[in-house]
Design a protein around this ligand. Structure first.
Ligand code: FAS
Ligand code: PHB
Length: 391
């Protein structure tokens, strides 16, 4: 097989990249190790930044998002039983976010790729990226019980944190920056209308809680739990009890309960691999960086990377100049590190660290009180949450 761009992974990064390249008249092949159902039903991100919404619309991939997505103009911070709403448009000159799950973005992009795009091979596991330093890189992969080779001009590793593409970069050239956290998120889906019309991020002495949603009738909620928690160890009753305690307010707000249809624990880490390019191999999305989900940045960072690559390759194909391809890593990393900083700040401000001292706890409350009382501090949060500029 031969193509211009070999894409490893059909998560949001790989699928959107294939769409952007198709729209630019550049051929690609997507190799995805799992089956379609896995990709379309894996519960992950829920919030699209303004920039991501704009990119999907411009790529003619936003029609169902505009029909079914929920535009949100703010979030609520909850601490010390206080409630403070952050007004996104008022603080950012009109930006908002969209509640539209990663599962739905992937379903839309898969449908478009199968209908209009190049080959998207499911259950096609990339085994290795070869010749990244040459001008004829290749991806060795296994599909339908047979090993094959995809010859490319470029390879983009969109294969997530556990993929193979990053391994093709010599360890002597790799620089890894990471932090792990002693806690994770127990996430649940529940068939009950959300108890608030916007997301609620709660800092509580018992730990963090997040009230999110998937639709007017489906709630998505998270509880901070120790990193090694087994989701099955929590009963529905215990989950609702704990959510109620952590989301408590000093007014008459109440949390509606309903049947929990799914629960899982997500570990937390901050991770950046530099550089994001080696020869003709480019890394995008979780293959290059991971953020704690507190800032709702993960999927949105992946979007910024693939937009940057697609623009750079289009430039090269039209002008012969590789200047934007050569700047890919530095361009992406500038935005990545701002998202890492924002996600780290949100995580350390809202979560209860097991080793926290009374001083640390007062500091968290002072940071939240500053946001609730100072427009400049509030604006920094609103700008970070609605998204850093792409490119
Ligand atoms: P993905 O990991 O989504 O996709 C990589 C794809 O590559 C997968 O489909 C995988 O099967 C495939 N692959 C891997 N190895 C391969 C190989 N050798 N050959 C072929 N294919 C291969 N972000 C948020 O913003 N909010 C959240 O709430 C949130 N929750 C999350 C919960 C979990 C459990 C996880 C793991 C992540 C969460 N994230 C969240 C982050 C998540 O949304 C990612 O940022 C997003 O999926 C990144 O997209 P991709 O880079 O495409 O990587
Ligand atoms: C979600 O709805 O899954 C979600 C929302 C906001 C976050 C993380 C996850 O910060």
């Amino acid at each position: 097989m031969r193509t211009t761009v070999g894409i490893i992974g059909a998560g949001p990064a790989g699928l959107l990249l294939a769409r952007l390249l198709h729209n630019a008249g550049i051929d690609s092949v997507v190799l995805e190790s799992r089956d379609r159902a896995y990709v379309e039903h894996r519960q992950r991100a829920g919030i699209l930044e303004q920039g991501t919404v704009d990119v999907l619309r411009a790529a003619d991939a936003g029609e169902r998002m505009d029909r079914e997505g929920l535009r949100h103009d703010g979030i609520e911070l909850r601490f010390d039983r206080r409630r403070h709403r952050v007004d996104f448009p008022g603080l950012t000159g009109g930006r908002s976010v969209m509640v539209y799950a990663q599962t739905e973005v992937c379903k839309d992009l898969i449908a478009l790729q199968l209908k209009e795009g190049g080959p998207l091979l499911f259950e096609a596991e990339a085994l290795a990226v070869e010749g990244a330093e040459s001008d004829r890189p290749a991806v060795r992969f296994r599909h339908e019980g047979r090993e094959d080779v995809l010859e490319c001009d470029y390879v983009v590793g969109c294969d997530g944190f556990w993929g193979v593409s990053r391994k093709a970069i010599p360890a002597s050239l790799s620089r890894v920056f990471e932090r792990t956290y002693p806690f994770g998120w127990l996430g649940v889906l529940a068939d009950v209308a959300p108890s608030h019309d916007e997301l609620v991020y709660a800092r509580h002495e018992r730990g963090f809680a997040l009230l999110s949603m998937r639709s007017p009738s489906v709630s998505r909620l998270y509880l901070q739990v120790p990193a090694d928690t087994d989701a099955q160890a929590w009963s529905g009753e215990e989950i609702w009890e704990e959510l109620e305690r952590r989301l408590e307010t000093d007014d008459d707000w109440t949390l509606r309960r309903g049947p929990i249809t799914q629960k899982s624990v997500t570990p937390m880490r901050s991770y950046v691999h530099e550089p994001m390019r080696h020869g003709r191999l480019f890394l995008a999305g979780d293959a290059a960086h991971i953020v704690p989900p507190t800032g709702a940045k993960g999927l949105n960072l992946a979007v910024g990377d693939v937009v940057t690559f697609a623009q750079a390759l289009t430039h090269q194909q039209r002008t012969g100049s590789t200047e934007l391809l050569d700047a890919y890593s530095a361009t992406c990393l500038r935005r990545v590190w701002q998202a890492e900083r924002f996600s780290y700040d949100m995580t350390t401000m809202l979560h209860r660290h097991p080793d926290a001292t009374p001083f640390d706890e007062r500091l968290q409350l002072a940071r939240l009180d500053r946001i609730a009382s100072c427009r400049a501090a509030e604006t920094d949060l609103a700008e970070g949450y609605t998204g850093f500029p792409i490119g």
